[in-house]
Design a protein around this ligand. Structure first.
Ligand code: ZN
Ligand code: ZN
Length: 330
């Protein structure tokens, strides 16, 4: 067969480009990449103002990779939405529900991920047993629990959080304007970590309003997580989250993150002329180290207990890197 002269030309251009390093060869697995997602949102199936498809579109159009619709005590099954909005390695709806209970005036809300039907809330004799009974029932259903906005109406204090068992996730940031996240929530996290709870902090929108925007409204886009995983599937994303292979963010992007062998290191993406400060925190909430600049590394020392990192930029945006624990030191 005769190859047309124009195609030979193309071969030569491609070969020259490859030699110059300008053509990306197909990458081979098992590569991991960052997947951006929000694990807390509401639709008109509870107290949100928009339909499930409008909510899912909001995130997909802004290049999020995954989203959980978490209506109050209602399982908004995303199967149909995944059929027309889902896209291989680009967009996925993860199953979710906000299991919504209370004790007295204290709201006890626990998100559940990876479920097939509505999980009913439990109401118990005090705040701790209300949290624990809902965490247990979510686990019994084979789902993953995450404790929502602990300080919303000051429902949950550190003494309570440290006693909750079988809980691996909580919201260190919630975009709803009334959740009091800026008031000692990280200290509460450190209390739990110091008590030996392996707890990871997620950032979420808890978005209810997609039609009207303002600082007093619970709008989307305020908080998210970036998960490092090998593929975009519910199983793989949730497994990576449960291992702490993610960071939570309100606007700081991390390019590289390593949290193995008792060492934590990050490289932040430089935005404009912003400055970055990384604070490493260990047992008892003790500051282990402070670093300024886009790169920061901390190697655990005996007695640290654990090390996690909070990164703040000069515009007030943040990222939280999940703790590594002393017993993971070889
Ligand atoms: Zn809630
Ligand atoms: Zn909510």
């Amino acid at each position: 067969m005769r190859i047309p002269r124009s195609r030979i030309g193309l071969f030569l251009v491609a070969a020259a480009a490859w030699a110059a390093g300008t053509v990306r060869l197909p990458s081979k697995g098992p590569d991991v990449q960052w997947y951006k997602g929000n694990l807390h949102s509401h639709t008109i199936n509870s107290d949100g103002d928009s339909s499930p498809d409008a909510v899912a579109r909001w995130y997909k159009e802004r290049r999020y990779h995954f989203l959980a619709l978490t209506d109050h005590n209602y399982f908004t099954d995303p199967q149909g939405l995944n059929a027309f909005l889902g896209a291989n390695d680009r967009f996925l709806l993860i199953t979710g529900e906000e299991v919504t209970s209370q004790h007295g005036d204290a709201p006890i809300h626990v998100n559940a991920f990876r479920l097939q039907q509505t999980i009913e809330p439990f109401f118990a004799k005090d705040v701790l047993s209300t949290i624990q009974s809902n965490v247990d029932s979510i686990r019994d259903a084979g789902a993953v629990p995450s404790l929502n906005h602990p300080q919303f109406r000051w429902a949950i204090d550190a003494a309570t959080l440290v006693r909750v068992q079988k809980l691996g996730l909580f919201e260190v940031f919630n975009g709803h304007p009334q959740t009091n996240d800026e008031w000692g929530l990280e200290e509460m996290w450190d209390s739990a970590l110091t008590a030996g709870r392996e707890l990871y902090g997620i950032a979420v929108d808890d978005a209810h309003e997609f039609k009207r925007f303002g600082p007093e409204r619970s709008n989307p886009g305020g908080g998210w997580i970036q998960v490092r995983a090998s593929e975009l599937s519910e199983h793989t994303i949730l497994a990576a989250i449960e291992r702490g292979e993610f960071y939570a963010s309100t606007g700081v992007n991390i390019e590289e993150m390593s949290r193995s062998s008792g060492q934590l290191s990050v490289k932040v993406e430089q935005k404009g002329d912003r400055q970055y400060r990384t604070v490493f925190i260990g047992k008892g909430g003790r500051v282990l180290a402070r670093k300024t600049g886009v790169e920061a590394t901390y190697r655990l020392q005996p007695g640290d207990g654990y090390a996690r990192a909070t990164i703040t930029d000069s515009a007030g945006k943040k990222a939280w890197v999940q703790p590594v624990f002393q017993d993971s030191v070889p």
